[in-house]
Ligand binder design. Structure first.
Ligand SMILES: NC(=O)c1ccc[n+]([C@@H]2O[C@H](COP(=O)([O-])OP(=O)(O)OC[C@H]3O[C@@H](n4cnc5c(N)ncnc54)[C@H](OP(=O)(O)O)[C@@H]3O)[C@@H](O)[C@H]2O)c1
Length: 272
């Protein structure tokens, strides 16, 4: 079973683009509220601050699920493992719980990066491995390129974007999805639907959005600087959306609103 299916780890606290005091404050609040799964990346340049903040808190290591991601610039024999060791040093950890390839390799040849990822696990630098921003075909290819099961493909996932092709690939390959941009960086709040549904459950629009993601079988990554939002995003395990409400939200995925693409990052593949 993927580590992200463990109840506490189904809800991760994302740390991009937070740094400095803002990061430290938000992360402490998240831990206080009960988050135990924390998502960072070499690209975010905040691993040292995540590590320093966690070091001040009295949380047993085994209760935490720390995810970091290898920057595509480090997808070479020479750079990969040293970069992970550097991440561990910054995070003040002996191992991470999940190590992800942040993006597919530029040009699409994913084989070397996957083998290096597997090597990082064999050397004990991480407990689990996974990928991010993979297409359905890359998910299928990955299962034949390495022996180790991938615990996630972390992708943009929210109700304004249809990701059925990836959901099907998740079932076919056994690589579960996890979300980023879960509230579409606020865009979801322009639709009245989530608030209307939420009113019937005593929940906010954001909580309905996150619950929809969970009920799609996708674990969630959220980021907020505000205590009320950090709390709300955590309180999504005590209600279940009806099939009718799920279907109504499904209809919105035709909006086709995608945030992260090649205009933002050079490694973005041709999306499904
Ligand atoms: N793998 C990748 O390539 C990738 C790419 C992007 C992000 N990520 C990860 O995913 C995490 C989350 O994604 P994201 O931050 O880009 O997008 P997001 O979660 O869709 O949006 C974050 C924004 O939504 C607001 N927000 C959060 N919860 C809210 C709530 N309950 N009510 C109202 N507003 C709310 C926050 O503002 P306030 O601070 O005002 O609450 C924040 O500005 C990141 O932190 C990062 O760890 C991964």
């Amino acid at each position: 079973m993927s580590i992200y299916f463990e109840k506490t780890f189904q809800r991760s606290f994302g740390t991009f683009p937070l740094t400095g005091e803002e990061l430290s404050k938000a992360l402490k609040t998240a831990i206080d509220i009960g988050y135990r799964s924390i998502d960072t990346a070499q690209l975010y340049q905040n691993e040292a601050e995540v590590g320093a903040t966690l070091a001040t808190l009295d949380i047993p290591r085994q209760d935490l699920c720390i995810t970091t991601k290898v920057h595509p610039d480090n997808f070479s024999e020479a750079a990969f493992l040293p970069s992970v060791e550097e991440s561990l040093k910054k995070l003040q950890l002996d191992y991470v719980d999940v190590l992800l390839l942040h993006w597919p390799t530029l040009g699409g040849d994913i084989a070397l990066s996957l083998r290096l990822l597997e090597k990082a696990q064999k050397e004990g630098l991480t407990r689990n491995i996974g990928v991010s921003n993979y297409t359905a075909q890359m998910m299928r290819d990955a299962t034949s390129l390495i022996d180790t099961a991938l615990v996630t493909n972390q992708v943009e996932f929210h109700p304004l974007l249809n990701q059925d092709i990836l959901l099907d690939a998740a079932i076919e390959t056994g690589i579960p999805l996890s979300s980023y941009c879960s509230v579409a960086r606020g865009e979801v709040f322009k639709s009245p639907l989530f608030g209307e549904i939420g009113a019937r459950y005593g929940k906010t629009a954001a909580q309905v959005v996150l619950r929809w993601i969970l009920q799609k079988g996708v674990s969630i990554n959220t980021m907020s600087t505000k205590t009320a939002n950090i709390q709300a995003n955590f309180d999504v395990m005590d209600f279940t959306l009806s099939n009718i409400d799920m279907a109504q939200i499904d209809n919105l995925t035709n909006t086709g609103f995608r945030i992260v693409g090649e205009d933002l990052v050079p490694w973005a593949p041709k999306w499904d």
